[in-house]
Structures are given as structure tokens and as C-alpha cells.
Design a protein around this ligand. Sequence first.
Ligand code: CO
Length: 137
Amino acid sequence: MAGQVVSHIGIAVADLDEGIRKYALLLGQEPGQIEEVADQKVRVAIFGDSAGGGRVELLAPTSEDSPISKFLERKGGGLHHICVYVEDIEKKLAELKAAGIRLIDEVPRVGAEGSRIAFVHPADVGGVLIELEERAG
Ligand code: CO
């Protein structure tokens, strides 16, 4: 099925409020959604229409052992992941695994906005951390 490929790009920031101020100025709009994703120990702010794809997600750590804390220590911020839509997340994970592509999550978990997501290891997909998001509906 064709259509929108990218749900959002994830950008890691140390301070979410400061990130929101700067990106609100940059994008000319306020974030549509700000929420805590406890599972990943992050707070996220999402800019753009949730139905439209192509959004920007700012991520800031809520704890020292958040994966985003480690990323910020290593890289000092920057592009963290690209999230792409999939139709059936379990099926996609099985296909990727069968193709020898390393997965971070072998089973889906719950991401921002209650979406079903999973992460694919960057090593086998061009050095970029990829988040899969099951298309809603
Ligand atoms: Co994301």
C-alpha cells in the first residue's frame, strides 16, 4: 500500500521546554501533543497533524537511565530516530527477523498517543534507528 511513509522524525533534546520554544518558533505552531511515555522514560512533544504523518517529535529524558540520557551523553542531541508506518506490526517484525535484520523489540510496545511501536536496530538499516508504528485504523 502506497501513501505516507514517515510518521515522524525523533529529535533528542536535553530540555523539553526549551526545545518546544525553539521548534514552535521554527515551525510556526505549538505542539499538538505533549506526553510522558513511561515505558521509554521520556517526555515527548509532537508537532504536526497526527493523521498526516511527517511530524516532528522532540524527546527528552525523564530519568538518568533513559535511553535518551545515554544518547545525549554520547552525541549531545540530534536526530535520534525515524518512525515509519507499517500495516501489521507483528507481521513486519516477523518478516524482518526472517530476513536477518536485527530488532531491538521483538514484540510491539505502546508508544506515544497509544500507538503500537517497535524499534529496529540501526546496524542493518543504514545506521539509523528505525521505529515502526502500526498505522491506526
Ligand atoms: Co518516535
